[in-house]
Design a protein around this ligand. Structure first.
Ligand SMILES: *Cc1c(COP(=O)(O)O)cnc(C)c1O
Length: 366
């Protein structure tokens, strides 16, 4: 049996008619840039989240950059974020001229709220928690820290579509929140795509303008901006997927529960813990495994594709050497680095595939 890490082809096969007609409409109507399909998707996404504004952008990285820039963050400022994430979270901080400040993770793989206070300085302007793997960071505690210290809260929701804490979805508490629709994300386009959601009218207008060369009306550039547009094809594809996304999220959670059952008796691995009072949307199912590298090879030989998110924590990357961190500054992330392993998870993953994966892991440890 072969199990891919993510199977986007089987998803396409299941909804082929919806996708094909969405693509055909955009082409026959030549609604490539801007236009009705981009507007339609933005409205649908805002409405599903119950927020006032959804600003469609080119990708999830731009989404973070646009939020930071339009909050006025730049040279001389510091922005706190988490040591384990995709580099978009921190490189966009640097792109504004500000300095990324990293914090170790807790037992849930998200920013350790007990270690935030000690890195806040007079230059700190914002905190960007990442709801990594679909797991909510302790957003209520972070919101409190932001209020007490007068900091902006920006949620990186690239991996957490429809995760929630106490019934409030990831992306609702921040002044603005970024989403990615990279093909492999829980809601994925067929190319690059992203969005920002916010309830702040003034900020929404600025971000919309900045993402479109600084102009809300063509040729009237109030400021210099960037070109970060969601294209019509991607928007139409995303709209076609919107009617399935909540069901797909439940399927992911079912897959995770199935893994929990199948893997529970293997003492050499630790299963992902779910933060109390939260809904984990399982973008990734990440275990901590003994002999991780050898296990990965064993699974590969069995036709099972796994991955590591991420092999090198951000502060240990060559790109951040200049910040002068050492391994002992991030003991949890450092310890996890050689153990984390992401198993295949996607809405269409079958029980047979999961059983095969579990049996293959058991075989390795026997
Ligand atoms: C995917 C991702 C991004 C960036 O999204 P792109 O659409 O690829 O630019 C940002 N942050 C995190 C945590 C991500 O996983």
């Amino acid at each position: 049996m072969n199990v891919p890490f993510v199977d986007l082809k089987v998803q396409y096969d299941n909804i082929k008619d919806d996708i094909d007609s969405a693509i055909k409409n955009v082409i026959t109507e030549t609604a490539f840039i801007g236009g009705k399909y981009v507007k339609k998707f933005s409205e649908e996404f805002a409405s599903l989240y119950g927020v006032k504004h959804c600003i469609p952008v080119a990708n999830g990285t731009d989404a973070i950059y646009i939020i930071l820039k339009m909050l006025g963050i730049g040279l001389g400022d510091e922005v706190i974020t988490v040591a384990n994430s995709w580099i978009s979270t921190s490189e966009t901080i640097s792109q504004t001229g500000a300095r990324p400040v990293f914090v170790d993770v807790d037992e849930y793989f998200t920013i350790d709220v007990n270690k935030i206070q000690q890195v806040i300085t007079s230059r700190t302007k914002a905190i960007i928690p990442v709801h990594l793997y679909g797991q909510m960071a302790d957003i209520e505690a972070i919101e409190k820290i932001c209020k007490e210290n007068n900091l902006f809260l920006i949620e990186d929701c690239a991996q957490s579509h429809f995760s929630s804490m106490n019934g409030i979805r990831a992306g609702i508490r921040g002044i603005a929140s970024s989403f990615s629709f990279f093909p492999g994300k829980n809601l994925g386009a067929y190319g690059d795509a992203g969005a920002i959601i916010t309830n702040d009218d003034g900020l929404a207008e600025k971000m919309r303008m900045f993402a479109n060369h600084g102009a809300l009306i063509k040729h009237q550039h109030k400021i210099e901006g960037i070109n970060s547009r969601l294209d019509g094809l991607q928007a139409a594809i995303l709209s076609a997927k919107m009617s399935y996304i909540l069901e797909w999220t439940e399927n992911r959670i079912n897959c995770a529960n199935c893994y929990n059952n199948l893997l529970k008796d293997i003492s050499q691995i630790k299963l992902p813990k779910i933060r109390p009072n939260t809904k984990h949307s399982f973008h990734l199912y990440v275990i901590l495994a003994k002999d991780r590298d050898k296990l990965m090879i064993h699974l590969k030989n069995k036709g099972i594709e796994t991955a590591i998110h991420y092999p090198t924590p951000l502060p240990f990357m060559a790109a951040y050497e200049y910040l002068g961190y050492s391994k002992s500054d991030f003991p949890v992330v450092y310890n996890n680095q050689s153990k984390i392993l992401s198993l295949p998870i996607f809405p269409e993953l079958t029980i047979d595939q999961q059983t095969y994966i579990a049996d293959s892991i058991k075989e390795f440890f026997l």
